[in-house]
Structure formats: C-alpha cells, structure tokens
Design a protein around this ligand. Structure first.
Ligand SMILES: Cc1ncc(C[n+]2csc(CCOP(=O)(O)OP(=O)(O)O)c2C)c(N)n1
Ligand SMILES: [Mg+2]
Length: 348
C-alpha cells in the first residue's frame, strides 16, 4: 500500500508539487508506456473538448467532462492494465478512462451523438452508459453511487467462480454522502473483497462544495469506519496515481478493500447543462488549470527525455485529426433504426 499520503493540494488549486525534483522513470514502467499513455490522454482531451463544442451546436444532447480528472483515471487504468486481471466500474465523468481503455474516437462520437453503432447502448442511454465488455467495463447508470454496490457484487461473483479479478470502482466525492456507498464499503469489508474504491474528489457535487456535503476534510478517512485502509493521493499526477493503484491492487487481492481518494480539479461545469460561474469563486478554474494533467505529464516526459517537442506536437496533430475524422463519420451516421426500438427491452 502507499506508505505516505501526498500533501493535499490547496483548495485554491495551488500546486502541492510545485517544487518537483527531476522525476525518475517509475517502477514497472517503460518509456514506451508513458508515451503511450500520454498519447491516450491527449486523444481523450481532444475528444472531450470537441464533444463540448458539439453540444453547443446542438449535436450532442448532454455530456459530463473529464477535463482535469485525466491523471487519476489514466494512472489507475495503467496500473490495472499492467496487472492484467482487473475489471472497471467507472462513472459518468470517466470519459478519459473509457477512451484510454480502448474505445475508438468513432465509437465515442457515435455514443455522444446517439447514433447506431454506439457500443455502450446503441444510442439508447446517456452517452457511454451501459457496458463495454471487450474492455472489461460496466457502467449501468448515472444514479450517483449505484455503481459501488454493483462493483462489490461483481467482485463477490468473481470470487465465487474462483477467479482473482480485482475490481476498480470510480465515483465522486458527493457519492460518498449516499447511503449506497456505506452499504458497498461495509459489505466489501466484511467479505474482504478485492475492490478498490477510487474517489475522484473534485470538491464539488454539482454546485455543492465538499464542506456542505461532509464535515470531513478527507474522504479517505471514511475507510477507517469500515476497517480498511484509505489514502489521499495527488490526482493531478498520473504517475503518482499509477503507483498508488498498483500497490492498492496488490493489497486488494491479498487482503481486501482499499479506498483511494484522488484529489482532482473539475475544469468544466458539472455537465453541459450547468453554468459553474454561478457558484465557483472567480479565478478558481484558471488557477486549477495551472496544474493541467495533460500539460504536466507532457512536461514531465520532456524533462525525463522520453519525448521531444516535435513528438509532442505530432501527438497533438494526430489526436486532432482523429477527432475531426470521428466527428464527421458520426455526424453523417444514422440514429438506430426504428425497427430496433424494442431490441434489448424486456417485454411481453
Ligand atoms: C441518487 C442520485 N441523486 C442525485 C443525482 C443527481 N446528480 C447527478 S451528479 C450529482 C453530483 C455528484 O457529485 P460527485 O459524486 O462529487 O461527482 P462529480 O460529478 O463531482 O464528479 C448529482 C447530485 C443522481 N444522478 N443520482
Ligand atoms: Mg465531485
């Protein structure tokens, strides 16, 4: 397990890691892994930005952005991929995770525009909601905290069928105020199930700040109530999230649940339906963007000497090309055929 907690980032977004020493290549990772994950992160950001613009053009009905959460999502995914036997229960803010897990740009755009070919629900549900079993992902609904009990049930089923899958379930800080979180954590603890509870703490539940959701300063301390470890990590640092999740996977498989609170920043409004200027202090988002995980990971890789500026530029250009191409393909595609209306629906 992570031995130490990272200093908690300041509420105003000031960097807790401002005075970074020259980073080393982390244990278990090759240079190629980091370039690969940087490329995935840039692609996810490019799609996320385009989806927001398409909403304003009336082509995407609603979206929740993962901008600012990417390091937490990709760092934990990298650990899961390295392990090779993990199953993921993300939530609605995990676009970057889903893209990095292997969803193609065209599939993403099909889902957000509600077109036939959306691999999650074939255009039936909120975008990227349903299941993507080839990438070992289930996200049945947007009901806050509902995924926790489902993930715990999945972990129990895996154990009963004799496989040693570790389940990673993702949720927000607000979700930890829901009763279902208590049920899930308590049951997982009693059964010592291999579940990693990953809280992406952006300090807001829509417009409600953390201080109005709970008296605790750290969500991680909730773990003590269930008798399993809880850690707060810098969710803006992908490598740190990778290392914490890697240790958590080992612990979960041998001893039971872990809670990882990843401190992130929500760069955009809650969803495309929200306007956060009504409740966020002026300058907060701008300060948070100083720690943009896409930029800081790129800088880190330049510093270590894994990437050159030329390669960084080429990655950005290729991401934009794929986003443009996917937008055009999805825009020109049809919605699901009327004849399929009753497909996948229980009925007489
Ligand atoms: C059970 C339930 N109650 C309320 C909502 C409406 N709702 C959607 S997202 C949200 C806030 C959740 O905040 P948090 O868990 O911190 O996640 P974040 O969006 O900040 O990533 C709420 C209240 C819902 N979807 N489900
Ligand atoms: Mg939140």
């Amino acid at each position: 397990m992570p031995k130490k907690r990272t200093a908690r980032p300041q509420a105003n977004g000031a960097s807790a890691t401002a005075a970074r020493s020259k980073p080393q290549l982390p244990k278990g990772l090759k240079a190629a892994d980091l370039v690969d994950y940087y490329t995935r992160m840039v692609q996810a950001r490019s799609l996320d930005e385009r989806i927001w613009a398409l909403n304003r053009q009336g082509k995407v009905p609603i979206a929740a952005s993962s901008q600012g959460h990417e390091a937490a999502q990709l760092g934990s995914l990298l650990a899961a991929e390295k392990d090779g036997n993990c199953f993921l229960f993300p939530y609605y803010r995990d676009l970057a995770l889903k893209v990095a897990a292997g969803l193609t740009p065209v599939q993403v755009m099909m889902s957000f525009m509600g077109k036939a070919g959306d691999p999650y629900s074939n255009g039936r549900q909120f975008p990227l909601q349903g299941a993507d079993l080839p990438h070992k992902i289930i996200q049945i609904s947007n009901v806050v905290a509902a995924g926790l009990t489902q993930a715990v049930g999945y972990a129990l089923a895996c154990r009963m069928s004799g496989d040693d899958t570790v389940v990673l379930v993702y949720f927000g800080d607000g979700a930890t105020s829901q009763g279902e979180t208590h049920e899930a954590m308590n049951f997982a603890a009693v059964q010592k199930l291999p579940v990693i509870f990953i809280c992406e703490n952006n300090r807001y539940a829509i417009s409600t700040p953390q201080s109005s959701q709970m008296v605790l300063e750290e969500v991680a301390s909730r773990a003590a109530a269930y008798g399993f470890p809880g850690f707060t990590v810098d969710g803006m640092d992908m490598i740190h999230c990778y290392e914490a999740t890697r240790e958590a996977i080992t612990h979960a498989r041998s001893q039971g649940p872990v809670l990882l609170e990843m401190m992130v920043e929500r760069f955009m409004s809650h969803t495309t339906d929200d306007d956060d200027r009504r409740y966020r202090p002026e300058g907060e988002v701008e300060r948070a963007r100083e720690r943009d995980p896409v930029i800081t990971l790129g800088q880190t890789l330049l510093e270590i000497g894994i990437l050159t500026q030329k390669k960084v530029d080429a990655i950005a250009t290729e991401a934009l090309r794929l986003t443009d191409e996917a937008t055009d393909i999805a825009d020109a595609s049809s919605p699901p055929a009327e004849s399929t209306l009753h497909d996948s629906v229980y009925g007489p």
